[in-house]
Structures are given as C-alpha cells and as structure tokens.
Design a binder for this molecule. Structure first.
Ligand SMILES: C[S@@+](CC[C@H](N)C(=O)[O-])C[C@H]1O[C@@H](n2cnc3c(N)ncnc32)[C@H](O)[C@@H]1O
Length: 222
C-alpha cells in the first residue's frame, strides 16, 4: 500500500503513519534492555537539563503552580525534567514512570518512581493533576494505548504536555527500529479522543531561536 494514502491531507506530512502496533513482551524487554544500557551513556542520556531550555519552560508555564499537586513524568528517564519541577515546587508530589530500571535508579530522591510501560501504568483514573512526556512517547510502540493511558491517569481539567519529534523530519537522526515520530494532526486527533482542549506548536530549545521543525509540543486540557 502507498503510505501516502494513510496520511489525511490535514497532516500534510511526508513520513508514514504507522499502523497500530502491539508492545509484545519480547519487544518490551528488548526496549528495556536497550535503555538499561543507554543509562550508562551520560552524554546522550543526561541526568540534568538547563532549566532555561524552552521545553522545560513550556511545561512549567503550562502547569503553573504545582504546590500541593501531583504530576507525572511518563517515560521520565533519569528524571531531568522531574528534578526541576521538584526543585521549583518542593510541595508538589512528582512521579516518574519508566520502563527501564537502570534509568529510574538515576532519578533524584524526592521523586517517586514506578517501573512500568506507559501503556500500562499502575495508577487509578484521575490520579494526577498534570502529566507530561518528553521524547518518550516515540518509544511507546502502541501510541494509541499510551496516549489513552496518559490521559486516563490525569483528572478532568488536568493539563497534559507531550514533547516529541516531527514525523516530517524522520530520518534526520539515527533511531531504533521501534521509534516513531509524529504528525502534528495525528497526536492532536489521539489527544482529542480524551481531552477537551488540544493544540500543538513547533518549539526549539531556546525561545528566541525560531523552531527548525524537529520538535513539536502538544498541549491538552482534559
Ligand atoms: C529518550 S529517553 C527520554 C527520557 C526523559 N523523558 C528525558 O527527556 O530526559 C526515553 C525514555 O523512555 C523510556 N521508555 C521507552 N519506552 C517506554 C515505555 N513503553 N514506557 C515507559 N517508558 C519508556 C526509556 O526507558 C527512556 O528512559
């Protein structure tokens, strides 16, 4: 089949939209092993991030004051974003979920962690006031299920931010075979199944540098 026929015109993309895939136990274990190994690579998987980077600022701006609120970092890695949220709001309850135990071992104290794929998180419906996923949804394989699960654990009225890469730029970086990048409208449509207000925008690392098309942020209110 010609993949272009799978892409609705409004997505105006050039990369294929993958058919729904299952995160089989074998693939889940392969991805976990890969990230367990990657945890030792501090250069490419750093434990900290400059808080001035726009990806961080966008999440902080979107969520507002998190004091006394519960927030989830889905696919948190070493918790570089969660660390900043926790430092900024010591009274927030910050959780990190990740498939990789080695990544979770690097998450700073004070952040609660759980080892779980984002398609199957051990939280009650509406447990969180807010949730975000930065460059992790791209590894979730069953994207539809992962978006549904992130939305499920956020309470009505809660905020969701997803930062990930643009499918139109796929091929620009080396990627493992399970990795997916997203068309703008594709994730908007998935989020709209669960959220009332959904938008997306291109972003770059620095607010005053025009986006080069690699990163997109999807913002949603449940
Ligand atoms: C590129 S890293 C990004 C980590 C972190 N969000 C950040 O920005 O620093 C991707 C992370 O997603 C995690 N991951 C991959 N597949 C996952 C899944 N199905 N469920 C939860 N986490 C997953 C990996 O273990 C890894 O820590």
């Amino acid at each position: 089949m010609n993949w272009k026929s799978l892409v609705p015109a409004r997505w105006r993309g050039t990369a294929p939209v993958a058919a729904a895939q299952a995160l089989t136990p074998e693939l889940e274990s392969r991805i976990r092993e890969s990230f367990n190994e990657a945890a030792g690579d501090e250069e490419h998987f750093p434990a900290t991030i400059d808080p001035r980077i726009f990806h961080v600022q966008l999440i902080l701006n979107q969520f507002g004051d998190l004091s006394g609120r519960r927030v989830l970092d889905a696919g948190c890695g070493k918790g570089r974003f969660a660390r900043i949220l926790r430092e900024r709001y010591p009274l927030a309850e910050v959780w990190g979920a990740d498939i990789s135990d080695a990544m979770l071992k690097c998450v700073p104290e004070g952040i609660r962690t759980v080892q779980a794929p984002m398609t199957r998180m051990p939280f009650e419906d509406g447990f969180f006031d807010a949730a975000y996923a930065t460059e992790s949804l791209e590894h979730a394989v069953n994207i539809e299920a992962a978006v549904a699960e992130i939305c499920r654990v956020v309470k009505k009225g809660g905020q969701i931010v997803i930062i990930d890469k643009n499918a139109e730029q796929f091929g620009r970086l080396k990627t493992p075979e399970w990795e997916r990048w997203f068309h703008r409208g594709e994730l908007e449509d998935l989020l709209r199944r669960h959220c009332r207000e959904v938008s997306s925008r291109f972003i770059s690392y620095w607010e005053d540098v025009p986006p080069d098309g690699l990163f997109l942020a999807w913002l949603a209110k449940k």
